[in-house]
Write a protein that binds this ligand. Structure first.
Ligand code: UGA
Length: 430
């Protein structure tokens, strides 16, 4: 099939390279010329395992083209994906400026029947909004359909998630349009949920809100565990082995971050509010998430007798492992609070360092994790990078002023850490 993907962020680029690998003729479009030039040379603008190889392969095989022209892409394609960003505005509503701009541009170039697919995460009613924009350009309604096809990929395993989805959701007003997408995805052999536009849009917000709720639930449980000397890992295993609950997304930690959950849970609250429903449950989910990092930092502050004059070493900066993304990363909350209270920071994250450096050019960065310990008063595990799990803990602690280890991602075994001479603190167990 001939496919255009407008926007080469996480969702757009991964969708584009995967569809090209499946043998479709794909044109990926971005308005950022620098990005376009790099992509043409096979250099992806994001860090994501496997993407560079797939991008290069697609370009080499000729199934993938990169362009800055929505006109060229629309005219050449039967299916046009909108995969541009929808960042949260001040009030939590997703900002649809980019989606509107792209819809206006696509509308100008529709010459034959085209399916316009919304892949960006958008509030209920956005499909209708895109349809109205296209109609406002005088395009006949028989020449196009708008379909909602939300994305469920995770950063760090985006290619795998796109090739092996749990389900594909397709929301459309007319069955014919949905069938086009069913055909496009047929080779993936995934369960397909074909529904109306509004339901598809709600599924995306609902899924992310539910997952965030699961994490906030176990983090709230971790607080109770700390108060009664229970172990949250065992509690999570026990709860999660009930198939109706499931054992995934029950890892207690510093809380959820990233480019999706914070935006989408907030978006769900706002969308509900606009429709006349106060989704108090989700407001609490957000509150628990914010409290979690502050509670953890409070324990460290108490142990150190304040942060003033103390050097805090951060293991990891990315919002989770296998990504350089630092949007809503807990590292930023920790850095902000420690600096504000007179402490200093030394940090290690080979992948995400550059992004944090742009916000905090004056904190200390090291390029070897073992260099973190020099004169540090405490080590904090902020990101669950695999390399941290294999470290020689005795060596890690050498040179510290105080051998205090705060494990914010529960990657270390208490006995092992204590054998290495650490005073060990973790989440959800004493
Ligand atoms: C999330 C969803 O998992 C995807 O299905 C969805 O497509 C994506 O958002 C999106 O809307 O685009 P992502 O943000 O990449 O994916 O990351 P996750 O792996 O879901 O992790 C989110 C946050 O939850 C991270 O901060 C992670 O550390 C935290 N987390 C996750 C926990 O604290 N505990 C867990 O058990 C799982």
């Amino acid at each position: 099939m001939k496919v255009a993907v407008i926007g080469t962020g996480y969702v757009g680029l991964v969708t584009g390279v995967v569809l090209a690998q499946l043998g479709n003729d794909v044109i990926c479009v971005d308005k950022d010329q620098e990005k376009v030039e790099k992509l043409k040379q096979g250099i992806p603008p994001i860090y994501e395992p496997g993407i560079e190889e797939m991008l290069k392969q697609g370009l080499k095989d000729g199934f993938l083209k990169i362009s800055n022209s929505i006109q060229e892409a629309t005219e050449a394609s039967e299916v046009v994906f909108i995969a541009v960003g929808t960042p949260p505005a001040e009030d939590g509503t997703p900002d649809l400026t980019a989606v509107r701009a792209v819809a206006n541009e696509i509308a100008k170039h529709i010459k034959k029947y085209t399916v316009i697919v919304n892949k960006s995460t958008v509030p209920v009613g956005s499909g209708d909004m895109v349809e109205n924009i296209i109609l406002s350009h005088g395009v006949d309604s028989s020449l196009f359909d708008v379909v909602s096809n939300p994305e469920f990929l995770r950063e760090g395993s985006a290619i795998h998630d796109t090739l092996h989805p749990d389900r594909i959701v397709i929301g459309a007003k007319r069955r014919d349009a949905a069938v086009r997408l069913v055909e496009l995805y047929a080779t993936l052999q995934a369960p397909m949920i074909v529904t109306d536009l509004n339901s598809a849009e709600l599924i995306k917000y609902g899924a992310n809100s539910f997952l965030a709720m699961k994490i906030s639930f176990i983090n709230a449980m971790s607080r109770v565990c700390e108060l009664c000397s229970a172990n949250v890992a065992d509690v999570a295993a026990g709860i999660g082995s009930d198939k109706r609950i499931g054992n995934q997304f029950l890892n207690a930690g510093l809380g959820w971050g990233g480019s999706c959950f914070p935006k989408d849970v907030q978006g769900m609250v706002k969308v509900s509010e606009d429709l006349g429903y106060d989704f108090g449950l989700l407001k609490e989910v957000i509150q628990i998430n914010e409290d979690q990092t502050h509670h953890f930092l409070g324990r460290l502050e108490k142990r150190l007798g304040g942060f003033a004059g103390k050097k805090i070493a951060l293991m990891g900066l990315a919002f989770k492992a296998n990504t350089d993304d630092i949007r809503d990363a807990k590292s930023l909350v920790i850095i902000g609070e420690v600096l504000a209270k007179g402490g200093s920071i030394v940090a290690y994250d080979m992948v995400a360092e550059e992004n944090v450096r742009q916000q905090y050019p004056n904190i200390e960065y090291v390029s070897n994790v073992y260099e973190l310990s020099k004169d540090a008063d405490a080590l904090i595990v902020v990101t669950e990078w695999n390399e941290f799990k294999q470290l020689d803990l005795e060596r890690l602690g050498q040179g510290m002023k105080q051998k205090v280890l705060f494990d914010g991602r529960r990657i270390y075994d208490r006995a092992k850490a204590e054998r290495a001479g650490f005073e060990f603190f973790t989440i959800g167990s004493v």
